[in-house]
Design a protein around this ligand. Structure first.
Ligand code: NAP
Length: 303
């Protein structure tokens, strides 16, 4: 029996592990894959984490993990199938194990959304990608398109511009959602062309991506672009499927919890991108990790 089982090893989960160990709690971090960092590890460069400006997301994820390991948090691999409640004891069920805990912090994060257009699924891994830092290098001197207008889309376009011959950024509105500083960097790049008010309607190609069909929302005009790759960066969705019947969620599937990370179920806490909140950043995720453990301690004291 652990004091706390933490589901997820992104910034929120790893911070919770550090704070949990500092509080003298026994801590198990459950991770889906043997690679910590969540979405962070796919980020080329993190520009807004105080004191670590410009560090790669991968290096930051590894640093967080080393810190948690140095505090002797335990780690195990496994995808959570369900959580069972037995009064004050909770069970976290994975395919091969059942872990018992007095409290659970769900920090399972979020994953990329899909465009849901023809060709997206069929050509996934054959030119369709959701991770520019993972796959961008395959497109050296090629033509790529990025769909989206948020921080991730703009970061991806900037990253791809370093080695692609040409990058199209396709955004459905006439204004980007991304941070101003990122926009300025993007606008300065000569090999990036922004297609405003446009949506990707279809991705086509025989073996690999060859074309995308674009529709201009203002004029209704349809056109085809010849591209070798499409990077889809149209937002994120919470990885909360395993908890649907357990805790209250909002209509997007985020676990409803305030800054204290308490859900509507006693002893179950939500931290990081999976929680309802306004701003999803590394700094807000690590803050959640600390707050969640603070709430766990209060919960234990109340028992
Ligand atoms: P996001 O901020 O939600 O942006 C998603 C973008 O995709 C928006 O521009 C949106 O358009 C567009 N979009 C959504 N659905 C679409 C569809 N079906 N078709 C076409 N376009 C669509 O998501 P994100 O960029 O993945 O970022 C996720 C979170 O991580 C955000 O909170 C972001 O701030 C944070 N983040 C921060 C940093 C950083 O601080 N360095 C880096 C990466 C991510 P509209 O603008 O029209 O809604």
């Amino acid at each position: 029996m652990f004091d706390v089982v933490i589901i997820g090893s992104g910034p929120a989960g790893l911070t919770a592990a550090i704070y949990g160990r500092r509080a003298g709690l026994s801590v198990l971090v459950l991770e889906k894959a043997p690679m910590s960092g969540g979405q962070l590890i796919n980020t080329y460069e993190v520009d807004n984490y105080p004191g670590l400006q410009g560090m790669s997301g991968f290096d930051m994820g590894m640093k967080f993990r080393e810190h948690a390991e140095s505090m002797e948090a335990e780690f195990a691999e496994g995808e959570v199938l369900e959580i069972r409640l037995h009064g004050e004891t909770k069970e976290v069920v994975t395919k091969n194990h059942v872990y018992e805990a007095r409290a659970i912090i769900i920090a399972a994060g979020a994953t990329h959304s899909r465009l849901d257009v023809p060709g997206e699924e069929e050509l996934r891994g054959r030119g369709v990608s959701y991770c520019a830092t993972c796959d961008g290098a395959f497109f050296r001197d090629k033509i790529t398109a990025v769909a989206g207008g948020g921080d991730v889309a703009v970061e991806d376009a900037i990253f791809l511009s370093r080695f692609c011959k040409k990058v199209y950024l396709i955004h459905r509105r006439d204004q980007l959602r991304a941070a101003e500083m990122l926009q300025q960097k993007l606008f300065a790049l000569s090999n990036v062309e922004i297609l405003w008010d446009s949506t990707v309607e279809k991705i086509s190609g025989l073996e690999q991506v060859e074309h995308i069909s674009i529709r201009n929302k203002q004029t209704g005009e349809e056109s085809e672009l010849k591209v070798d790759g499409v990077f889809i960066a149209v937002g994120i969705r919470p990885q909360s499927e395993s908890y649907t019947s357990l805790v209250e969620m909002d209509k997007m599937g985020y676990l409803v919890a305030g800054e204290d990370c308490r859900t509507n179920v006693e002893g179950i806490f939500a931290a990081g991108d999976i929680r309802t909140k306004d701003l999803r950043q590394v700094v807000t995720a690590v803050a959640d990790g600390a707050n969640a453990v603070n709430s766990v301690q209060k919960y234990f004291l109340s028992k």
